[in-house]
Design a protein around this ligand. Sequence first.
Ligand code: TUI
Length: 319
Amino acid sequence: MTIRTRVTDLLGIEHPVLQGGMAWTATAELAAAVSNAGGLGVIGAGHMPTDLLREQIRNAKTLTDRPFGVNLMLLTPHIDELVDMVLAEGVHAVTTGAGNPGKYMPAFKERGIKVLPIAPSVALAKRLESIGADAIIGEGMEAGGHIGELTTMVLTPQLVDAVSVPVIAAGGIADGRGVAAAFALGAEGVQLGTRFMCAEECTIHPDVKARVIKARDRDTVVTGYSTGHPVRVIKNKLSRMLEELDRDNRPEDLEALGAGRLALAMREGDLDMGSVMAGQAAAMVCRVEPAAEIVRSLVEEAEAALRALPSVCENQARR
Ligand code: TUI
């Protein structure tokens, strides 16, 4: 069995599995490995300088012939320049986070680039569909990094009911059971970030991978509510300092303390004072393995979980 949906057709990929476009984490190497495995690899632009992102796109093109995407973080100050460059280079798909990509939608569409915005709410998803989004990535607050308010469990079915374009579920998915659950909720694809942090091809500091693997169920926390941009991270010294600034309602000090901390974690491996962005699903990530193995096992486990459901229901009915 292979899982074919409107998402696999839309993106020209084999499996409906997208890799989250994590800033300072999802480089060309990881994106290409995921795409070569039949999913959609996504380079995370974050605050990356334009020249560096161009180099990443060109590098990915040497590493894979398959479709891949770029995630644009819309809060980045030089976002207009990044968009112009992406339009000039050409990629198969763009995912967007942390805002409304409406301003750029016509240019992407004109260039044949599929646009998959991340939406944390129904209202935004409807607006994005009306201006041409090709699919909606519904990200629940189980996810790592910048998050909305709703969980994947309640957001996904509401998005499926509200829009006609395919919905891709994200947040809290780390294994095939999560993939099967997302499909049961009506999603036609999934996006995983945290699990792919522990791909062999992911170039983050090995200590961060080890920390994700060690994480237990309650090891993440959301900080930055007072700034309007709440962020889920693995608990550490920095998160406790940020929580205190949140409690004292000091958003400016919080922003200042948080600046540059993601790179400190992902590049330098500073687990105390870096921002170790990861989702609640970190607790379900058990090993470092090739991206291809992650994609393969997700699909295989999801198929097994979906096949098992009828007999599970039968057994439950008998009890
Ligand atoms: O974007 C993410 N995750 C991220 S971005 C990031 S870097 C960062 N830098 C500075 C401040 C905050 C974060 C780390 N992780 N995920 C996708 C996502 N998008 N989550 C939530 C949203 C979102 C929020 C509001 C999308 C749209 C939105 O719209 C508001 C509006 O304009 O209507």
